[in-house]
Ligand binder design. Structure first.
Ligand code: CU
Length: 399
């Protein structure tokens, strides 16, 4: 079915004046984006043009919580040498989820959510994942990282595919550090991933990402995903974190000059590539979350399926800061969002910190100074601040 006709049929309206289905066309996006970038004076009706009609439901899954949540272990044991054993309990189940207002998708979900919970550990921690399958189909959990083959969560190795009602345990050391993903590896693979069985697995470097990259004011998890709601092998809805346009409807709150860190992954099936484009500013990117895989000062990054990395920047201006897939079609079909940058320091942006640092690197003694690269953090900090101040001076009209 034609994607736009589908969306019109689904009752998602866009800018009537522009005659588009769900969303303003790409030229209009550019025009609005320019306006947003230059003025920071976006009105509510401007924003309304850039999202689905109807309200994002948070009953089945709350993308506003998910984006800041890290699970450091459902149970944590101290191994006595500075490391922890982190025990995660994950089940798979079948669940209907809402991917846009009024549009549902029959998902298979880890712990009843798509994406699954963001698991987090320090490099060297022992990981124990207790997996049980309450779904009607056989599933696995395949973790990216270094581990023995029988812990790989693929058919034919170890316990292989876990049947309905069965369970297994995956045990491995959290290595190497980086931003990883986990997903089901049952066959047919494409279907099992597309149905929603994926999530992020963040392994901090020695000392933690804050020590390596500077103390973040916000850590956001963003999984780019898409849904084939009419089962024709092509996606109808695109998003970060499942709900089309959710962060356009309710932008992510940050403050001017805050250090924003985004853990980004691509879980999109059926399309070879997805991307993240930030408006009106540039960022540093660390592919796979590795400090040595650094690309400095870019504004667009592409990821193939399962590719992931860290984006980091400090917004220099107050106002709405747009970000979206630079595949215009994906943006029009739901993968478009905003940061709302406030200049008011009284706005509390500490929630993300409180959640992300809980049980985190601060309570770990596990360090390996030879691999720590604190210089990167200073460098990033200096450069982002310099750039911000430079832009501010230009905006103020002084030489
Ligand atoms: Cu599966």
């Amino acid at each position: 079915m034609d994607r736009r006709r589908f969306l019109q049929g689904a009752g998602i309206a866009g800018s009537a004046a522009l005659g588009a289905g769900l969303f303003a066309g790409s030229e209009e996006i550019a025009g609005l984006a320019q306006q947003f970038a230059g003025e920071g004076n976006v009105t509510d009706s401007d924003i309304a043009q850039l999202r689905a009609v109807g309200e994002t439901s948070t009953d089945d899954f709350d993308p506003y919580s998910y984006v800041r949540e890290f699970n450091w272990g459902d149970e944590i044991e101290d191994l006595g040498d500075g490391r922890k054993r982190r025990i995660f309990r994950i089940d798979a189940l079948d669940k209907e989820i809402e991917v846009a207002p009024g549009v549902t998708f029959p998902a298979w979900a880890y712990n009843g959510q798509v994406p699954g919970p963001t698991l987090r550990a320090n490099e060297g921690d022992e990981i124990r994942v207790e997996f049980s399958n309450a779904s009607e189909h056989p599933h696995t959990i395949h973790f990216h990282g270094i581990h023995r083959p029988e812990m790989d969560g693929v058919p034919g190795l170890g316990d292989g595919m876990i049947d309905t009602g069965d369970s297994t345990v995956y045990e491995f050391t959290a290595e190497p550090y980086g931003t990883h993903v986990y997903h089901c590896h049952s066959t047919p693979l494409k279907k099992h991933v597309h149905k929603g069985l994926y999530g992020m697995f963040v392994v901090d470097p020695p000392g933690g990402y804050d020590e390596a990259l500077g103390e973040a004011d916000h850590e956001f998890v963003m999984v780019m995903n898409a849904f084939d709601t009419d089962q024709d092998g092509d996606n109808e809805i695109y998003a970060v974190n499942t709900k089309a346009f959710c962060y356009a409807e309710k932008p992510l709150q940050v403050r001017q000059d805050d250090l924003v860190r985004v853990y980004l992954a691509n879980a999109t099936e059926f399309d070879a590539v997805n991307s993240f484009h930030l408006h009106a500013h540039f960022f540093d990117y660390y592919d796979t979350g590795r400090l040595e895989n650094r690309r400095t000062w870019i504004d667009t990054v592409s990821q193939v399926q399962a590719q992931r990395g860290i984006l980091q920047f400090r917004p220099p201006h107050e106002g709405k800061l747009m970000f979206h897939a630079h595949q215009s079609e994906f943006a029009e079909l739901g993968w478009l969002s905003f940061f709302d940058v406030a200049s008011d320091p009284s706005i509390d942006s500490s929630e993300g910190r409180a959640r992300s640092s809980e049980k985190g690197p601060a309570d770990s003694q596990y360090r390996d100074d030879e691999t720590a690269e604190p210089d990167v953090a200073d460098d990033v900090d200096d450069r982002t601040r310099r750039a911000g101040h430079q832009v501010k001076r230009e905006a103020g009209g002084s030489p």
